[in-house]
Design a protein around this ligand. Structure first.
Ligand SMILES: Nc1ncnc2c1ncn2[C@@H]1O[C@H](COP(=O)(O)OP(=O)(O)OP(=O)(O)O)[C@@H](O)[C@H]1O
Length: 466
């Protein structure tokens, strides 16, 4: 055991193994690059970030990696045009750490080396990835945007597609009132003059389970609540109403989000849809599907006449089925059959087998999830068509906003996929930061001490080979 005198005047007795050396010469305001720390260990890194955060310095470098700590308050002066002007062309590291510096060096690398670049934004839920991605895009639009072109520019359209994607792909979670429940890779295409000539948004791993299953204090996807708060004529037209009356929404007692007005968001989403080129007719079709999913969730089953079969439970369920069929413009009987029966394809033809009530509920939920994720993909396609891609693009800058590791009480296949993706990204990072660096030292016969790090490559290989 050792006795330590702390900076705040206390004396603490602790075991030697749990004590880390402190750089007594480090400035009280912290260092702007973690590589300047005399001792690089977790407490030292956290202490440095905390010192800087206390002074509203939310960005810190670790070499050419930028660490951002969520300020949870608007800091408009950090992101205004004046700031962009300052970072434009500045040597990396010359000015305070900033995401504009990352975007600028990326843009310049693309121009000077004529190669495509990508920026990876990662972190746990609520860390600020989506906000960071939006700012990065703003900066790239500032550098590569076209002025004076007619109509809406590509960069405007990409930025304006955010509210649409967020309405259908974001939800309130424990950690974040506006949590993206999908991964996003925005690809900005540039022509030979370094000007933006096209863009594409690719999305990954939408959390499908949320459509049917949601618990306190979280909500389902924003669009459901928006539709329930739409102007009375739309509520009537789409046959929705109080969110408390829908099973897919009333499994949680959370219906509202602080500082969010769903009624206004509905109108704003419609407006954003206009801007990204989704026609009124298409918008109506989208909301018809959203409404149909809500009604689908209210269909229940009871035991049918035959063994292990099911039928609609009561008048209410029959009514909801009617509404779903009407909204989806499909045949009522076929819809009912698709919920209560399973078709097994065999070499000798198809066999239809009835489903018991539990299995029918599962097929109801499976249909809701599939329809919702197809709707989301359709919207993303629509946005991409309207933004337009440049087949002759010389290079691209990709920004990847993907959600971080997840570990809940109960984890499902979705968590496996998300964590697998993150492990792969971590491997990419390890490859560049540790492995390649260390191999270079060995090659150059530089005396160095091996940095121990957890290498999960074996686990990845195992899963990928399954
Ligand atoms: N740079 C910033 N300036 C001001 N507020 C920020 C900033 N970054 C994040 N925030 C705040 O934190 C909230 C959460 O950020 P964001 O949605 O970007 O997190 P995320 O990492 O994308 O989370 P998720 O993985 O759940 O989607 C934002 O709604 C915003 O209020």
């Amino acid at each position: 055991d050792v006795t330590v005198a702390t900076t705040n005047g206390k004396t603490v007795v602790a075991s030697l193994a749990s004590i880390y050396p402190k750089d007594t010469e480090a400035p009280p305001a912290g260092v702007d690059d973690m590589t300047k720390l005399a001792y690089l260990h977790e407490p030292g890194v956290l202490h440095n970030l905390a010192c800087r955060y206390g002074l509203n310095e939310i960005y810190t470098y670790t070499g050419n990696i930028l660490i951002a700590v969520n300020p949870f308050q608007r800091l408009p002066h950090l992101y205004d045009v004046h700031m962009m002007e300052q970072y434009k062309g500045a040597t990396f590291g010359e000015l305070s750490p900033h995401l504009f510096a990352i975007a600028d060096s990326c843009y310049r690398a693309m121009i000077n080396e004529h190669g495509s670049q990508s920026i990876l934004v990662s972190g746990e839920s609520g860390a600020g990835k989506t906000e960071t991605t939006k700012m990065l895009m703003r900066y790239l639009a500032f550098m590569g945007g076209r002025s004076g072109t007619e109509g809406r520019t590509v960069e405007q359209q990409v930025l304006e597609s955010n509210p649409v994607l967020e309405a259908f792909g974001n939800a309130k979670t424990v950690k974040n009132n506006n949590s993206s429940r999908f991964g996003k890779f925005v690809e900005i295409q540039f022509d030979k003059y370094g000007k933006i000539s096209g863009a594409a948004v690719r999305t990954y791993l939408l959390e499908r389970s949320r459509v049917c299953q949601v618990s306190d204090p979280e909500r389902n996807y924003h669009c459901f609540y928006m539709l329930c708060s739409a102007p009375p004529e739309d509520v009537k037209r789409f046959k929705v109403g109080n969110p408390r009356s829908f099973h897919y929404l009333n499994q949680t007692s959370c219906y509202e989000v602080a500082n969010v007005d769903d009624a206004r968001e509905y109108l704003e989403t419609r407006n954003a849809m206009d801007i990204v080129g989704i026609s009124q007719e298409e918008q109506d079709a989208i909301f018809r599907v959203v409404a149909a999913i809500l009604h689908l969730g209210n269909i229940n089953f009871s035991k049918g006449k035959e063994i292990d079969s099911s039928r609609l439970r009561d008048e209410k369920s029959i009514n909801h089925l009617k509404i779903v069929a009407e909204l989806l413009m499909c045949d009522e009987k076929l819809l009912e059959d698709s919920l209560c029966q399973r078709v097994i394809v065999t070499p000798d033809g198809n066999i239809t087998k009835p489903l018991d009530p539990d299995s029918a509920l599962q097929s109801r939920d499976a249909l809701a999830k599939t329809v919702y994720s197809r709707l989301f993909d359709w919207i993303v396609d629509k946005i991409n068509n309207s933004i337009g891609q440049d087949p002759d693009a010389i290079s691209i800058i990709g920004v990847l906003d993907i959600y971080g590791f997840e570990s809940f009480k109960v984890n499902s296949f979705e968590q496996l996929c998300i964590n697998m993706t993150n492990e792969k990204l971590q491997q990419h990072f390890n490859q560049h930061v540790f492995k390649m660096e260390q191999e270079e030292y060995t090659r150059d016969e530089i005396d160095w001490s091996y940095v121990e790090f957890v290498d999960n490559q074996d686990v990845l290989d195992l899963i990928e080979k399954i």
